[in-house]
Design a protein around this ligand. Structure first.
Ligand code: PGA
Length: 262
């Protein structure tokens, strides 16, 4: 079913400013990234750029962290030592990262990342005071089989094992079937507002079971085909604290429109 986000009213824009994270994945160049950030102007919403590792020193040096916050897209589950090719949380801190994506579905699917490894990464990040952005979400067949809640609950419980205080954690609800690169054809769709609201409320309830009142501090973002056409309706939902944006974050004009959508 085609859903018309432009005419959707959404809820009241609850919670003040929103966090909008650009997930550039393995795209752009250092030069393009510097120009992108140079063109960004401050908004009431918080822009975060999740850049490839090699861009981070240049973006940090260019003072990007003042206008935007920097995020990595991944981190090692180990603290230091003989782990060829790995980048530690301490190294990310050194180049100005205040956020790091963890457990993105592409890492779970293409790199066989397990909930246990995701948990170890989160613990490393928290040790170095970097906010983990934990990505969770069901795939199309799990959704068809009405297993969404079970999947979300399991992913949350395993990823947050031994995390005593969730205040620094962000959750990105990213239903795999709604991520643009996993959809075929031209007519890519985000999840419907009712699906997003239901999943976010469920995630909140699981967090409340684990953390009690402290759970209220956890920000829950939505990701999956957020674009300039649907951003206003999605970000206006009071359960949605922000968005994780892939494809539409690669062009300055569309990311700029999204961070100014509400
Ligand atoms: P998308 O990607 O916005 O292109 O759907 C989101 C993501 O993969 O984080």
């Amino acid at each position: 079913m085609k859903y018309n986000y432009t005419s959707a009213k959404g809820g009241s824009a609850g919670g003040g400013s929103k966090i909008i994270i650009a997930n550039w994945k393995m795209n752009l160049s250092i030069k393009e990234s510097l120009l992108f950030v140079k063109n960004l102007k401050l908004t009431k919403n918080k822009a975060v750029i999740a850049a490839p590792f090699t861009f981070l020193p240049a973006l940090n040096k260019a003072g990007a962290g003042k206008k935007i916050a920097l995020s990595a897209q991944d981190v090692s589950s180990f603290e230091k030592g003989a782990y060829t090719g790995e980048v530690s949380a301490k190294m990310l801190k050194e180049v100005g990262c205040s956020y790091c994506l963890v457990g993105h579905s592409e890492r779970r699917i293409y790199f066989q990342e397990t909930d246990k490894v995701i948990n170890q990464k989160i613990l490393q990040l928290l040790k170095y005071k970097i906010s983990p952005v934990l990505c969770i979400g069901e795939n199309a067949s799990q959704r068809r089989n009405k297993a969404t809640k079970n999947v979300l609950k399991k992913q949350l419980i395993l990823a947050l094992k031994s995390v005593k205080d969730p205040a620094k954690i962000l959750i990105a609800y990213e239903p795999i079937w709604a991520i643009s690169t996993f959809q075929k054809g031209k007519n890519k769709q985000a999840a419907q507002l009712s699906d997003i609201t239901a999943a976010h409320l469920y995630i909140k309830s699981v967090l409340k079971d684990i953390y009690g009142a402290k759970a209220a501090k956890v920000k829950i973002l939505y990701g999956g085909t957020v674009n300039p056409q649907n951003a206003k309706a999605i970000l206006s939902l009071k359960e949605v604290a922000g968005a994780l944006v892939g494809g539409a974050s690669l062009k300055f004009s569309s990311f700029n429109a999204i961070i100014r959508a509400i």
